[in-house]
Design a protein around this ligand. Structure first.
Ligand SMILES: *Cc1c(COP(=O)(O)O)cnc(C)c1O
Length: 361
């Protein structure tokens, strides 16, 4: 039998993609995905389970997710007069934006290196993707950004603030200049807001084309899949039309509401993560690597030339999974990204790295 005509069924742009790869982490210390390593105290888990007991799985979720929405409004400091759109993770919000504001023949623009989903979702939705290289120190190359905006007239521009995988905050005035120069929508992606505590939320009223996106994932609820977009009601009302009616399931709605009512817990955890980040950064400074300053819950570092892949594999053999940016070309040559874990996990990582580099940690 001949093989099925997949080439006829599936668009060429999709066939050209490689699927988003999530490496197996079984048995490894998992420091590859910016997850919060801490769980909840036993009494909190017990109260949460008790709450779930009463959640009716036979009913569709509240399509407007009213309770969790008002909880988010308060927890995230959403300005008066601004509205929220909820997504099944902020990944889904990027997709909603691409479907509503983008689409075939339109441009999605983002600085690079940046978050991989911008490029992938542009491809899914038939958009043209334009990546604008960051400066060598991973700051925004403002002239290059303004030039690309003038040339390509992007329907959507994404700025991760702080940026992933580089960990830095872009210059506020440069971001401001981009928002002003862009005719299309500019989304400031604040996925790491809990760690950086810098935000464009307060400027929503100043720019019609500005949207601020956040997520509960990096805060400590990656498994729930809940992201939010904040912006002017008229604009969000249009985006709402593209959102599938029940995209936030009943367990997520109930659990997010529960968790956000106990925000102190996350504040304590994120404080601990920030302290650990500083300790790790200091330790990395004693090793033959270049570590980039981070205000997020991860650190990007560069190992000696040509050793990126072998060091990644060596660390993994020693039981710790980080993220490798592979290849030996481009701005992330020989770069690895480590998520800040518990002190014990971080020590496992630092010891493994030191051993791999033949240095003493
Ligand atoms: C992790 C991440 C997201 C996606 O978060 P989810 O809400 O889990 O989909 C979005 N933007 C950036 C920059 C991220 O690093």
């Amino acid at each position: 039998m001949s093989s099925p005509p997949i080439e006829r069924w599936i668009r060429p742009e999709i066939r050209a993609l490689s699927a988003y790869h999530v490496p197996p982490a079984e048995g490894l210390v998992k420091l590859d995905a910016m997850e919060n390593p801490y769980g909840w105290p036993e009494e909190v888990v017990a109260a949460w389970l008790e709450l779930l007991r009463g959640v009716p799985l036979n009913r569709y979720p509240d399509p407007g997710a009213a309770r969790v929405r008002s909880r988010l409004r308060e927890a995230m400091g959403v300005p008066e007069g601004m509205d929220l759109l909820l997504g099944n993770g902020s990944d889904e919000i990027i997709q909603i934006l691409a479907m509503a504001a983008g689409g075939p023949g339109r441009v999605l623009l983002a600085p690079e290196p940046g978050f991989a989903m911008y490029r992938l979702i542009a491809a899914f939705t038939g958009m043209q993707y334009v990546g604008v290289p960051l400066a060598e120190d991973f700051s925004l190359d403002l002239p290059a950004m303004l030039d690309a905006i003038a040339t390509h007239q992007p329907a959507l521009t994404f700025l991760a603030y702080p940026n992933n995988p580089t960990g830095n905050l872009f210059d506020e005035r440069a971001v401001e200049a981009i928002i002003q120069a862009a005719d299309g929508l500019v989304v400031v992606d604040e996925a790491y807001h809990a760690f950086a505590e810098q935000s464009f939320m307060d400027r929503l009223g100043c720019h019609d084309n500005l949207l601020v996106m956040r997520t509960l994932s990096k805060l400590g609820l990656a498994g729930l899949r809940l992201g939010l977009l904040v912006g002017a009601p008229g604009l969000l009302g249009e985006l709402e039309k593209v959102r599938l009616p029940y995209n936030i399931n009943v367990l997520t709605q109930a659990s997010a509401d529960f968790a956000l009512a106990r925000r102190d817990l996350f504040a304590t955890q994120t404080r601990r993560i920030r302290e650990e980040r500083e300790r790790m950064y200091g330790r990395l400074g004693e090793l033959p690597v270049t570590a980039y300053p981070s205000v997020a819950n991860f650190i990007l570092f560069r190992v000696p030339p040509g050793r990126g892949e072998t060091v990644f594999a060596g660390i993994k053999r020693r039981g710790v999974l980080v993220k490798s940016f592979g290849g030996n070309a481009g701005p992330l040559a020989d770069c690895l990204r480590v998520t800040v874990g518990t002190p014990q996990e971080n020590d496992r990582f630092l010891d493994a790295l030191a051993a791999e580099l033949g240095a003493r940690g």
